[in-house]
Design a binder for this molecule. Sequence first.
Ligand SMILES: NC(=O)c1ccc[n+]([C@@H]2O[C@H](COP(=O)([O-])OP(=O)(O)OC[C@H]3O[C@@H](n4cnc5c(N)ncnc54)[C@H](O)[C@@H]3O)[C@@H](O)[C@H]2O)c1
Length: 342
Amino acid sequence: MKAITGGTGFIGTNLAEYFLKKGEKVQIIDNFSRKGTKENKKYLEKNFPANLKIIKGDIRKDLKLMEKVFSEADAVFHLAGQTAVTTSIKNPRKDFETNALGTLNVLEAARKNKNNPSLIFSSTNKVYGKLNQTQVTEKEKRFEYKNLIGVNEQTALDFHSPYGCSKGSADQYTRDYSRIYGLNSVVFRQSCIYGKRQFGVEDQGWIAWFIIASILGKKLTVYGNGKQVRDVLFAEDLSKAFDLATQKINKTKGKIFNIGGGEKNTLSVLELISILEELNEKKIKYSFDKARAGDQKIFVSDISKAKNVFGWQPEISAEKGVKMLFNWVKENQKEIKSLKLF
Ligand SMILES: NC(=O)c1ccc[n+]([C@@H]2O[C@H](COP(=O)([O-])OP(=O)(O)OC[C@H]3O[C@@H](n4cnc5c(N)ncnc54)[C@H](O)[C@@H]3O)[C@@H](O)[C@H]2O)c1
């Protein structure tokens, strides 16, 4: 059985669907705090009535529940979390309790399972901070690294913002539980992930947000000059990475991996807008505002370690993925509108 915390969130729903399609049993723990989780729950229950159990629970306090669910699991995917930097600045205590304390609770509960399940934690590239030392050049539509292909796992940690600090400490705890307690734990430092069932808002999930806003005719603001670049990974490719890393747990345990689209799958905000103008067959209205605090000009992950250690690499190109998400949003406009995301 696969246990997923935060399993009715965006990445969790995709991961649950991936395993359910493979005929695996899945149990989800989620407190449904994120908008759209109730809809994701309905979607999973409707399409995969067998092999699925969705339980309301909170990683900040429901230790006994987690112990029970994890006791049956051969793999735990810890995805539950507070995910927006902006929200973490408004409420650092809640952010800490969810991401740092919540992860400690998950690790402790997994440690009670005598079969030592695999445990993969969704960390973030934000643990590397602003990377001020990297040299960047400015091109017509994007920033580029001057002499770097991508950021690797050896890069110094530099936590910025309460979100960076809470995820960063959870990242280090997860790794250390492998050293100290022999837990089969793995850290994925995820870059920008996008895909179906992502109800992006301005603060988090920028690709989904731009697509949704462009289709529903909402006002778009570009913070900074729009040349910011990210490597982007379609959720299905991430699910495959989770699966492969657990299958090869003897090689992956105790290790940290940067997981993203890598150098072959990058997008700037302006480039995304151009793609969306083509897909929408019309100009998109947007205005500029000043750059957001802590926003990196460019972040591209070096994903070669994941390829070398467990044979994973992305298969869905940025262009193809954006088109798939665009089509999904078009087909599901009614559901998205009813969520009143903005
Ligand atoms: N989406 C990305 O681009 C990205 C990038 C890097 C890291 N991550 C990490 O991946 C994970 C999943 O992200 P996502 O995009 O699916 O976000 P999401 O907000 O869609 O999913 C998070 C889920 O956690 C649940 N949750 C929140 N607090 C909880 C609590 N106290 N107890 C139980 N459940 C709780 C929410 O209801 C939600 O279903 C997060 O940990 C996030 O930090 C995401």
